[in-house]
Design a protein around this ligand. Structure first.
Ligand SMILES: C[S@@+](CC[C@H](N)C(=O)[O-])C[C@H]1O[C@@H](n2cnc3c(N)ncnc32)[C@H](O)[C@@H]1O
Length: 289
């Protein structure tokens, strides 16, 4: 075990078997035509834009020519025509969600992190999503299951289905592991033997008998639900409907302001978004009498 700071410095040149980038074509840092980028100004305001070689990037009253961005590494700082300095990065998941259309309430990174880990959404998993809205959760699920898994998303409204498709296309690209099914999830699922079900609809208890039929034994149900009475009904009906190991969790997240000698929590925080109800499907599901 090295015990001096010098000893843990990375070697000047990587070992021959390192997966390090060798050519500019493989350099993941380089910004390309069609990339979404986030420009951040000195007041930490964020501007999400798409890079097009024929289109200037406008930020407030200033503009940046595409050549100043395309072909350069993310992490650069550019100066707009108004003299404003902007940091340029590809957006992370947490930065994408607040920039999506708000026609329907969506689930932000604070809760998505919990859904993915407590819901055990893993590479290769077969997942049903109920209620796609603008597609924030779809995007996270598609990324988590990877190319060997699959996500089937049920959505009752065609406009939301199309909105979610546009979100996934823009921030993920082609997603052959993802299918959107237009229909009422309260009427049932066609799938069987799925590993996980994630719901974000107003009456998730109406999904329970169908979830019990679609999930394999031991499969995980995760329901995101905003109010206490909805949460209680969901818990009660899960317990009666063949599910066990029910847990309810709420995530509170507080950002901090860290500048010079002013180190304190931010004055504002999201006080409430929703509850997550997590449950496991029992091997034997009671049948309706
Ligand atoms: C709150 S939004 C989901 C947002 C999504 N989780 C996200 O993070 O972007 C709820 C969605 O559920 C859909 N929905 C409501 N009832 C439904 C049902 N019975 N079957 C399928 N979709 C339904 C709505 O049309 C809406 O798009």
């Amino acid at each position: 075990m090295p015990d001096t700071p010098e000893a843990v410095q990375p070697p000047a040149s990587p070992p021959a078997d390192s997966p390090v980038i060798a050519t500019p074509e493989e350099d993941r840092a380089l910004l390309r035509e069609g990339d979404s980028v986030l420009l951040i100004d000195r007041k930490k305001r964020q501007y999400l834009r798409v890079l097009k070689s024929e289109r200037r990037v406008n930020v407030r009253d200033g503009m940046i020519v595409p050549d100043a961005l395309i072909g350069h590494p993310e992490g650069i700082v550019v100066r707009s025509s108004m003299g404003e300095y902007l940091q340029v990065f590809r957006p992370t998941y947490a930065q994408i969600a607040p920039n999506l259309p708000r026609q329907a309430q969506l689930i932000y990174a604070k809760d998505i992190g919990t859904i993915l880990l407590y819901g055990d959404i893993h590479p290769g998993a077969r997942v049903i999503e109920v209620g796609v809205g603008p597609g924030a959760t779809s995007l996270a699920l598609i990324r988590a299951v990877g190319p060997t898994g699959c996500v089937i998303s049920y959505e009752i409204r065609e406009d939301f289905a199309n909105l979610a498709r546009a979100t996934v296309k823009r921030f993920h690209g082609d997603a052959p592991q993802w299918t959107v099914k237009l229909g009422d999830a309260y009427e049932g699922f066609q799938e069987r033997n799925v590993d996980r079900i994630v719901t974000d609809v107003p009456e998730p208890w109406r999904v329970i008998p169908h979830a019990a039929a679609a999930l394999r034994s031991g499969g995980v149900f995760v329901g995101f639900i905003p109010t206490v009475l909805q949460m209680k009904q969901l818990v009660d009906e899960l317990r009666e409907g063949g599910f066990a190991a029910v847990e309810v969790v709420e995530s509170l997240q507080r950002f901090w302001h860290v500048k010079e000698r002013s180190v304190r929590p931010e004055h504002r925080m999201v006080a409430h978004s929703g509850f997550l109800v997590i449950a496991r499907r029992l091997a034997v599901v009671p049948t309706a009498s």
